[in-house]
Write a protein that binds this ligand. Structure first.
Ligand code: NAD
Length: 524
């Protein structure tokens, strides 16, 4: 008997968050489409690896040139789909990717060169070892919407230059930007099957994780990251998890209030606060608190909101209604528990449905959601502290550990405190900009994630380490092979003394006891 099989196709819609305009609708890639994409990538990968690093560098250089030529178009597309001001799209997305390409071009040779492994264990002296860095095969990348270009691109460039194929599942909110990245890479000469984008929602992401990828680089929320890690653990799929943050900013008693307040305002509101590295909590020494708050409020009131395509605006919209609701609920929770809203604190429907006024909160405590959960919106909650010890305790009182900043005129003091903060990155007298340093590793501790992207450590995540060892005396049986016996045991005790006894006499005795081991008779 024939049964009707209903095939449900899921749609993902790309919308301009500033205007609500539907930019395009897509069908979510089904599980079978994802599997097919990964299979094609697997077939294409060996040839890409065999192409060699020199030719891959040439293709990356071509990509860099193309992206540079199209920088304004790419930035406009990012603004239309993700809402951020165009200048931010240029600086935090296009520039970051151009420089990441530069980093890969300059460092790929040295990184992939075989590494000699000198060793000092006497008994192993006949051996020559090297470390080889080999591509995993197919790297899966699942990425978020807040940096829809730079996040998948930086990860993909590291994967490609080291000889891998890549399949990207971008956020369902920013498919167009991911497809633009794919188009640029293909025009530059990356074979079509070697870099593919599978557009879709969480089901498409889940299909990618359960496909035959060899490693996954996931960027997104802690909640999704934990689900992803569970599925990956079931088949020991290696993962890099770049998750959320609740980054603290510590303003010490010797800080420049004008500079630090400008930094807090930019750090909290850049990309409408939708950055994993945003300043989400601000702690200020009691002696500077009033002046600092006053400066933050005055500067916040001068910010202009609107469509990011208008070069005269500072802040764009939030990505969608759900994000506005999260911000609203955090501010309301803080207000209900006694926080004071010094500016902002409400939606701006006249500007657009997804706009929320940049908000400065005082009188906040760690009992409030605004100080504990990731807000991911334009809110700057400011709290005072009595001394540096308290500042460190407050900074570390969080489940997150992505980044932090310390503001002081005394670099040594700032760095000393920075060493005591639990975070993947600490910046002294700057925030967020570490993301633009291609050499700097990016990643978190605690719930903020596992592993690193960017820089040399980001390249390390894309390769399997192989230790290759060759014996220089292949005709000799090793002294430690069968058969064992009383004499051999004594000789080995002596050998351990020769290597590790404290003092010359102990070592000499060891040398005498172990003498003759190389001529040991009766080896099988
Ligand atoms: P999200 O976790 O909702 O989604 C991230 C990606 O995972 C999307 O592509 C989504 O479709 C996919 N996904 C969702 N459920 C899935 C599942 N069950 N299996 C597989 N894939 C699934 O996050 P978001 O809202 O897109 O992004 C915002 C979050 O990302 C914030 O928490 C932010 O801090 C974090 N983030 C972290 C970094 C970092 O480098 N640490 C950078 C940017 C953003």
């Amino acid at each position: 008997m024939a049964t009707d099989v209903q095939i449900v196709t899921r749609k993902v819609v790309s919308v301009n968050p500033a205007t609500g305009e539907v930019l395009r609708e897509f069908e979510s890639a089904s599980e079978s489409k994802v599997r097919a994409a990964v299979s094609r990538a697997r077939v294409a990968q060996p040839q890409w690896n065999e192409l060699g690093v020199k030719k891959r560098i040439a293709i990356l250089r071509e990509f860099q040139t193309l992206l540079h030529q199209k920088k304004s178009d790419v930035a406009c597309l990012i603004t239309r789909e993700a809402g951020k001001p165009r200048v931010e799209a240029l600086l935090t997305e296009v520039l970051v990717v151009l420089d990441a390409a530069r980093f890969c071009i300059e460092n790929a040779y040295g990184f992939l060169r075989e590494e000699q492994v000198p060793h000092r264990n006497l008994v192993m002296k006949a051996k020559a070892g090297r470390i080889l860095r080999e591509p995993y095969g197919v790297i899966g990348i699942i990425s978020p919407w807040n940096y829809p270009f730079s996040i998948p691109a930086v990860e993909a460039l590291a994967a490609l230059i080291t000889g891998n194929a890549v399949v990207v599942k971008p956020s369902e909110l920013t498919s167009l930007v991911a497809l633009e990245l794919e188009a640029l890479l293909h025009v530059a000469g990356v074979p079509k099957d070697l870099f593919q984008v599978v557009v879709g929602d969480s089901t498409t992401g889940a299909a990618l994780i359960s496909s035959q990828i060899d490693k996954l680089v996931f960027t997104g929320s802690v909640a999704t990251g934990k689900r992803v890690a569970q599925v990956a653990a079931a088949r020991l799929l290696p993962v890099v998890l770049e998750l959320g943050g609740k980054d603290p900013m510590l303003v010490l008693d010797d800080a420049d209030v004008d500079v630090a307040s400008s930094a807090a305002v930019w750090g909290a509101f850049m990309n409408a606060g939708q950055a994993c590295l945003s300043v989400e909590r601000c702690y200020v020494d009691r002696t500077l608190y009033d002046g600092f708050i006053e400066a933050c409020v005055a500067k916040t009131k001068r910010l202009r909101l609107g469509n990011g395509l208008d070069p005269e605006i500072d802040l764009g919209p939030l990505i969608h209604e759900r994000q506005v609701q999260i911000v609203e609920s955090h501010v309301e929770d803080a207000r209900a528990r006694g926080a004071r809203v010094l500016t902002g604190g409400s939606r701006l429907p006249k500007v657009g449905a997804n706009f929320y006024a940049p908000t400065v909160l005082a009188g906040v405590t760690h009992e409030m959601r605004i100080m504990r959960e990731e807000t991911f919106g334009p809110v700057l909650p400011v709290m005072s502290f009595e001394n540096d010890e308290e500042a460190i305790r407050l900074a570390n009182d969080s489940e997150f550990g992505l980044a932090a900043s310390v503001w002081t005129r005394d670099k040594a003091r700032g760095e000393a405190l920075g060493r005591r903060i639990s975070a993947g990155t600490v910046m002294v007298n700057d925030a967020i900009s570490c993301f633009g340093i291609s050499e700097a590793p990016h990643g978190g501790v605690k719930s903020s994630g596992i592993g690193r992207t960017h820089g040399r450590l980001g390249l390390e995540e894309m390769v399997r380490i192989k230790y290759l060892d060759s014996d220089r005396l292949p005709g000799l049986k090793k002294v430690w092979w069968y058969r064992y016996g009383e004499l051999f045991t004594r000789q080995m005790e002596g050998f351990l003394d020769l290597m590790f006894a404290r003092g010359l006499s102990g070592r000499l005795r060891g040398a005498l006891r172990s003498a003759g081991v190389l001529r040991r008779k009766g080896r099988l």
